[in-house]
Design a protein around this ligand. Sequence first.
Ligand SMILES: CC(C)(COP(=O)(O)OP(=O)(O)OC[C@H]1O[C@@H](n2cnc3c(N)ncnc32)[C@H](O)[C@@H]1OP(=O)(O)O)[C@@H](O)C(=O)NCCC(=O)NCCS
Length: 224
Amino acid sequence: MTCVFTGAVETDRAAQPPAEVVLTPRLRLTPIGPADVDDLIVLYRDPLVAFWTGPWNPESVRVWTADMATRWSVDGVAKWLARSRSDSSLVGRGGFTRFELDGEPVLELGWVVRDALTGRGYATEIGQAALDWAAIHQPRTPIVAFTEVHNQASQAVMRHLRMRPSGVIRRSGLIEGRPGLHPDAPFALYRLDRDDRVSRGDREFSATGPVGDPSTSDRIRPPR
Ligand SMILES: CC(C)(COP(=O)(O)OP(=O)(O)OC[C@H]1O[C@@H](n2cnc3c(N)ncnc32)[C@H](O)[C@@H]1OP(=O)(O)O)[C@@H](O)C(=O)NCCC(=O)NCCS
């Protein structure tokens, strides 16, 4: 499915601070804040979501949610909650976490969609909206996405977004065929560098903010 970002925000996006509501053709993306804890507990209970991003419990979801709210206020960027524009039902979450990859400040792009709603292009729609948002607010910062090498659905989203495969990194995660989490699981890394973004027609701005603590990244799992 091809997703076209409408460019619509509730007010003139170029004139607004980054923590704005973003509208896509089907979704309303809102900066995650404390009021979203209950929705996120529901989302992280979905079996597929829990398998790839968990394990979670209500307390670890609360901690993660508070971290996202802090990141929006300190970093000026973090994840959005995604709800349907038509009926406000929960669809997923996604967007950026400011992150250091081998000492390089990057924006990590991620997505999670409710189990019952996969395969409809929602993750790609969230990812495209995030790339359009970054073209305005974070045009110089490289964008990366990574997932366990056997998470084919997430890598399909990365390819939909025309991100480039950039090797394998090792971090805490799943290894195919071996139960549990492993500290050195192989993750497929995809990137969009500044040159890629310029060639895609992204706009030139000069906004970079403070670098967040990578230990609280999207893909660092909460304590077991
Ligand atoms: C990964 C995830 C976000 C994808 O969400 P989604 O809304 O279904 O994504 P999209 O519909 O935009 O695209 C999914 C693509 O993956 C493909 N796909 C799905 N399962 C696949 C599989 N097992 N192998 C290969 N491709 C697969 C789909 O066919 C689709 O590609 P296509 O449009 O070319 O057919 C969703 O499955 C999810 O939330 N999973 C659990 C959490 C997770 O893994 N998040 C990523 C962590 S890095």
